[in-house]
Design a protein around this ligand. Structure first.
Ligand code: G4P
Length: 534
């Protein structure tokens, strides 16, 4: 089959949500539709339900499970769908940001009772930065949730994206009767069921059709007519180009646990979601249709088995054909590597893969050669753009508690931060190490893994820093002066970039005002300054 056909066949996306909104449930239902699993319950919830931070085995279990479910591939209609899993726990949010660099679109799950929640907001900012097309699924319509128009308003306002409902609910909670699909002009009646695998849909092209009254009762039929009239008046018609540019999010209503509305979501996804896209590099744009293979590492996962120190690096293929036993050029190390056991993932099982196309994700066994953002090519040198680090939220100093094991600690923290578990900042002179994360849990994971995998003991000492800003300036003298003057707050990231650690937003604001010649960036790629929360 030609490469163009293979590319066109693929859809690579991620499902994102605030924990508990229903991401795992929706993933499972999608896999059921695709025949990738036969029974509900096969996809384990990959979140740590209780955040008992002392329960390290639970953390390790969670990490193990998420290897198996990191990428789920299934076929539906004539498409090959890759779902890239994102961790449910908020302390693993950094992993999610990274995974979003490897998808071409996302489905965002919003809980109809809770509406837009903190993590949804964050994730959406990352999508907005990369102009990722988003489809919204408002879940749990079987519960006494919020008014549909209120939810749509909230999504527009809070997530700063225009929305266009493509289905509209008839009531909610115990009175929920189903949805009217505005796109397909059909009525989908709600029958709670966790086992059925298709929606029972009835065509009602004209809402004045009395058949509607017969189906849902006169009052609800009238309400639906009014609601649909309102939708048509308030929202612009759905424009797929605007969706593909990341400006407009189509919205569906349903109930994942009842498998309701999932098929219409999936069918629309197949119709509109983008095929694998190219990626911008620091030298040129790489098109998926190019003959030569290009791919980048977006996630690294430690092996659960302590006897095997190796890790799995996840490669997103961007262009060309990836082949087993073929030499590829590791740009950062300027070294060539051949992979004899690259794997793909089907639901829970791993299989050795002979070849992979743009949009696919391949797992590469790694003994420490990869870090997030690394690029494999057939010889060309460039870096893929759009895999920035964001400012962590919690910073602590790493203190060595076993001076005999300094080397192990050094190696361990370097490798763990290569995996993207946390960010490492170093201060010279003195070689002080600061670790930044998005959640407290990460410190415990790191401490535990340093001890168990590297035999190094450490503790984390709180420091009063709240935000990292990457520094640049056209005026080298001014920058040098600032670095000298603020030496206690200046560190370097793993790539040697200068970073200012601000004790508070107030301080940061003041420093920005006092130092107009210096640019303070909120991510390591210096592209946007708009991530207000970071
Ligand atoms: P997450 O991955 O986004 O964290 O959410 P997950 O799918 O685990 O769902 C969180 C809870 O919400 C689960 O209940 C799940 O059954 C429930 N849920 C998902 N979709 C719906 C829906 O459409 N309606 C209703 N009423 N509930 C839904 P749980 O009690 O936490 O877990 P479980 O014991 O049911 O697995």
């Amino acid at each position: 089959m030609s490469t163009a056909i293979e590319i066109n066949k693929r859809r690579t996306f991620g499902i994102i949500s605030h924990p508990d909104a229903g991401k795992t449930t929706l993933t499972e239902k999608l896999l059921l539709f695709g025949g990738a699993i036969q029974v509900a319950g096969a996809v384990k919830s990959n979140k740590i339900k209780k955040t008992a931070t002392s329960d390290f085995m639970e953390i390790e279990k969670q990490r193990g499970i998420s290897v198996a479910t990191s990428v789920m591939t299934f076929e539906y209609r004539d498409k090959l769908i890759n779902i890239l899993d994102t961790p449910g726990h908020k302390d693993f949010a950094e992993d999610t940001y990274r995974t979003l660099t490897a998808v071409d679109s996302v489905i965002m799950v919003v809980d109809s009772v809770k509406g837009v929640e903190a993590q949804t907001r964050r994730l959406m900012e990352v999508c907005a930065m990369r102009k990722t097309p988003v489809i919204v699924f408002i879940n749990k319509m079987d519960r006494e949730g919020r008014d549909a128009f209120d939810l749509l308003d909230e999504i527009e306002k809070e997530l700063k994206i225009r929305v266009r409902p493509l289905s509209f609910p008839i009531n909610r909670g115990s009175l929920f009767k189903g949805v009217y699909n505005l796109h397909k002009q059909s009525l989908n009646l709600f029958k709670p069921s966790t086992t059925k695998v298709s929606d029972e849909v009835m065509a009602i092209t004209d809402l004045s059709d009395p058949a509607l009254n017969a189906q849902v009762g006169e009052r609800d039929a009238d309400n639906l007519r009014n609601d649909v009239e309102m939708v048509e008046a308030v929202y612009d018609p759905f424009d797929v180009e605007e969706y593909l540019k990341g400006n407009l999010a189509p919205v569906f209503f349903g109930s994942a646990v009842n498998n309701f509305g999932v098929q219409e979501l999936l069918d629309t996804f197949i119709d509109i979601a983008p095929e694998p896209r190219g990626r911008e590099t620091d030298t040129r744009f790489v098109e998926p249709s190019e003959k030569k293979m290009t791919g980048f590492i977006f996630k690294i996962h430690a092996n659960l088995d302590p006897k095997h120190r190796d890790r799995i690096a996840f490669l997103r293929v961007v262009s060309g054909l990836f082949q087993r036993h073929t030499m590829y050029h590791h740009v950062r190390l300027n070294k060539d590597f051949r992979f004899s056991t690259p794997v793909t993932f089907m639901a829970q099982s791993k299989n050795i893969v002979e070849e992979a196309y743009p949009g696919d994700v391949v797992g590469l066994y790694d003994t420490g050669n990869f870090k997030i953002g690394d690029v494999l090519t057939e010889g060309e040198d460039f870096r893929i753009k759009g895999i920035p680090s964001f400012s962590p939220e919690i910073f602590k100093e790493l203190v060595n508690t076993d001076p005999m094991k300094s080397k192990q600690l050094e190696k361990g923290i370097s490798q763990l931060t290569d995996e993207g578990v946390a960010q490492l900042f170093t201060q010279q002179p003195g070689n002080r190490k600061f670790v930044g994360t998005v959640g407290e849990l990460q410190f415990e994971v790191i401490q535990y893994r340093l001890l168990h995998e590297y035999g190094a003991s450490c503790r984390f000492q709180p420091i009063s820093m709240t935000r990292a800003c990457w520094l640049t300036s056209d005026d080298q003298n001014k920058l040098d002066e600032f670095v000298r003057f603020k030496s206690t707050s200046i560190v370097q990231d793993k790539d040697g970039n200068l970073v200012y650690l601000a004790p508070s937003d107030w301080f940061l604001k003041m420093e920005r005002e006092n130092n107009p010649a210096i640019q303070f960036h909120f991510n390591s790629e210096f592209k946007t300054e708009s991530l207000s929360d970071y």
